[in-house]
Design a protein around this ligand. Structure first.
Ligand code: NAD
Length: 246
């Protein structure tokens, strides 16, 4: 197992699910973790559990708050863009406010935070940017994931563009494409269907492994991409999806 000692990691949406598991895993491997979430109390509570974690409230949609936070913390060598939002519906269900929200939270926030953090990485001569996309993106279509899939595909495009632009500067940028992963917002989506058990069974069935992923299984890939074990790897989209995309 690699050590991330001496590196500082900024994580968005670190209060729950994949972001939380990743913040914990990065800290366990020795990184200093700046755990941010719109739910500031939850990341401050997370910070109480590890001396390697500090918690800050951060709404990734707030330009000024992103700039202020990045200016106030130590230079970052690892950035995990994890905040995201699922719009449930086809193109016919997607009004322009839904489209804007999907692109604001999934794509534009990734652009905004990366742009704020990258100059510090360039000054330091190294950085690993990890974007949480989804297997539902340019990798695969899924029913009722129109705005979600389009905005997650944008993340993969951004990932490759950033990787290409900064490959000679010691910066790597990769995306992770999870399948269906157990998380609080997944539970809300299952409950919103009106029949939690039936929806859960359907989600499990589309995973060839017959089970949902656990956030820790995505966090392991985050840690791999964060550190030197993946030093020869950039611009890629890694499926961690229980075989959904086979
Ligand atoms: P989650 O959706 O359960 O938790 C998301 C966190 O984001 C919450 O703590 C919430 O407070 C925070 N958040 C919401 N709006 C925010 C904002 N404006 N600014 C900052 N934080 C905000 O977590 P999850 O399901 O693990 O999803 C995390 C990421 O993984 C998302 O980008 C999601 O699209 C992606 N993903 C999830 C799955 C899945 O099945 N769970 C699959 C593929 C991709």
């Amino acid at each position: 197992e690699q050590t991330l000692k001496g590196k500082t990691a900024l994580v968005t949406a670190a209060a729950n699910g994949i972001g939380r598991a990743s913040a914990e895993a990065l800290a366990a491997r020795g990184a200093q973790v700046i755990a941010t979430d719109i739910d500031g109390a939850a990341v401050e509570a997370l910070a109480q559990t590890s001396s390697n974690v500090t918690g800050y409230p951060l709404d990734v949609l707030d330009d000024a708050a992103v700039t202020a936070l990045v200016a106030s913390v130590a230079p970052v060598q690892i950035l995990l863009n994890c905040a995201g939002w699922v719009h449930d519906g086809t193109i016919l269900d997607c009004d322009s406010a839904d489209w804007d929200r999907a692109f604001d939270l999934n794509a534009k926030a990734t652009y905004r935070i990366t742009k704020a953090v990258l100059p510090g990485m360039l000054d330091g001569g190294s950085g690993s940017i990890i974007n949480i996309a989804s297997i539902v993106s340019s990798e695969k279509g899924a029913p009722r994931r129109f705005a979600y899939g389009a905005s997650k595909a944008a993340i993969i495009g951004m990932t490759k563009a950033i990787a290409a632009d900064f490959v000679k500067d010691g910066i790597r940028c990769n995306a992770i494409c999870p399948g269906t992963v157990q998380s609080p917002s997944l539970n809300e989506r299952l409950a919103a269907t009106g029949d939690f058990d039936k929806a859960l069974a359907a989600f499990k069935e589309r995973q060839p492994m017959g089970r949902l992923g656990q956030p820790e299984e995505i966090a392991d890939m985050v840690c791999y991409l964060a550190g030197d074990l993946s030093a020869f790897t950039t611009g890629q989209a890694f499926a961690v999806d229980g075989g959904w995309s086979i």
